[in-house]
Design a protein around this ligand. Structure first.
Ligand SMILES: Cc1cc2nc3c(=O)[nH]c(=O)nc-3n(C[C@H](O)[C@H](O)[C@H](O)COP(=O)(O)OP(=O)(O)OC[C@H]3O[C@@H](n4cnc5c(N)ncnc54)[C@H](O)[C@@H]3O)c2cc1C
Length: 394
């Protein structure tokens, strides 16, 4: 297949590897270089806060053998500068005809001179795991997805876990306070102390300094307050940024021949009529299909119904869609029970759903959201009626 002579991919995480796979799957025979800042070959991150942390898994490498992809892999090398048709790293310069930026995101750190752990890389995970011993007083800053998963694993390893969250509920930024609030009791059930409305000013030797001047002692502190797109190396390129690298629906940046995918990029969503960036594994998996097709001359648009999952406190939590423009929240089942769901409507259209232990509801909600038809809120609220049967015919 024709296409550019040389494709360079900056960032060797899931999204970067998937670009290479998709180029080859489409018959591209030109040169491909994959450049990654970490020394490890591409690996999966979701298990790092789950099975790796519990000790059930050590290695999450995505593909043991990159050989069949005929890709020039440069590990332990960071992209530092992008110019027209040249990518510079801390070790070399690469000419490109098409370039894909897939540099992901980096954890936000808090101020202070104390030791703070973060969880983004396999090295972070293995280092942290070795410190999670019975009786260790662990403070986790942030009750988001990663904070909750890590609290689960650490409590399971016998640590004394305290989670400090500045908002009034867990997961407030991700799913809103009403739904996030329903997860608060899960912490106490697992023996984890959750302190809400508790802001942390700094990480200090021996613990954390709280916003109101008090301090809290800890053997170990993990900061889990979110990530930022890893795009600082692109400063001065003139690439348009909008909460990460702004790409259009075809995943093209404002520089000709340059694409961006995964956690580092916000894409134009035709479905939601706005620029959106997600930190979802499923986006890093699938957006590269579209980038590869377009590098090879296509004009495919990427317009997913976003999907995310989390495993916390013995529960499978799944989220489909985007509730940013919703005007109604519907409960399906009792949130105090083991299994329940919440659904968001914009007008009479289902736009997002969160399910706890109800994968079938999630799948059916996905289909309704994809179809974009009208939904009966009363039927949707009734767990005896299948989610699919809440669709209003016609
Ligand atoms: C602990 C953890 C648990 C998660 N759990 C879930 C989950 O349960 N469900 C879910 O949907 N999602 C989950 N995610 C999110 C998911 O893993 C990410 O959305 C996904 O990894 C994004 O892939 P990516 O390739 O865009 O970025 P990344 O995986 O971050 O890969 C980017 C790579 O680029 C490298 N890089 C950065 N800068 C440069 C540079 N200048 N030059 C060269 N290389 C560079 C980085 O070192 C990194 O290896 C989790 C993430 C983490 C950290």
């Amino acid at each position: 297949m024709a296409g550019p002579a040389k494709v360079v991919v900056a960032g060797a995480g899931l999204a970067g590897l998937r670009v290479v796979e998709e180029l080859r799957a489409r018959g591209y025979g030109g040169a491909v270089t994959l450049i990654g800042a970490e020394e490890r070959p591409p690996y999966d991150r979701p298990p790092l806060s789950k099975k790796v942390m519990t000790g059930e898994l050590d290695d999450t490498e995505l593909r043991a053998d990159l050989g069949p992809l005929a890709v020039d892999v440069r590990l332990g090398e960071s992209a530092t500068e992008l110019r027209d048709h040249v990518l510079r790293t801390d070790a070399a310069e690469y000419e490109w005809d098409a370039l894909v930026v897939a540099t992901g995101a980096s954890p936000v750190r808090l101020p202070g001179s104390g030791t703070q752990h973060v969880l983004r890389t396999a090295d972070d995970a293995l280092a942290l795991r070795s410190l999670l011993k019975k009786g260790t007083a662990l403070v986790i800053v942030g009750a988001g997805w990663i904070g909750a998963e890590l609290a689960t694993a650490a409590a399971g390893r016998g640590c004394q876990v305290t989670v400090l969250e500045a908002a009034r509920t867990p997961l407030a930024a991700a799913v809103g306070p009403e739904v996030g609030g329903m997860t608060a009791p899960w912490y106490a059930e697992a023996g984890v102390e959750l302190r809400l409305g508790e802001s942390v000013a700094a990480i200090e030797p021996g613990g954390v300094a709280l916003g109101d001047g008090r301090s809290l002692a800890a053997d170990l502190v993990l900061t889990a307050v979110g990530v930022r797109p890893a795009v600082s190396w692109l400063a001065g390129t003139g690439l348009r940024m909008d909460n990460g690298i702004a790409v259009d629906a075809q995943l093209r940046t404002t520089m000709r021949g340059v694409y961006a995918v995964g956690d580092c990029a916000s894409f134009w969503s035709g479905r939601y009529q706005r620029q959106l960036r997600f930190e979802h594994w499923d986006i890093a998996l699938h957006a590269p299909e579209v980038a590869a097709a377009n590098i090879l001359g296509g004009s495919t648009e990427y317009d997913p119904v976003p999907y995310f999952w989390s495993e916390q406190f013995g529960r499978m939590v799944q989220y489909i869609g985007w509730h940013g423009a919703a005007d109604q929240l519907i409960w399906r089942g009792d949130p105090a029970a083991a299994k329940w769901a919440a659904a968001w409507l914009a007008g009479d259209r289902l736009v997002a759903a969160l399910t706890v232990g109800l994968p079938r509801d999630l799948i059916q909600a996905r289909r309704l959201i994809e179809a974009g038809g009208r939904t009966d809120p009363d039927k949707l609220a009734d767990p005896r009626i299948a989610v699919r049967d809440s669709a209003i015919p016609g």
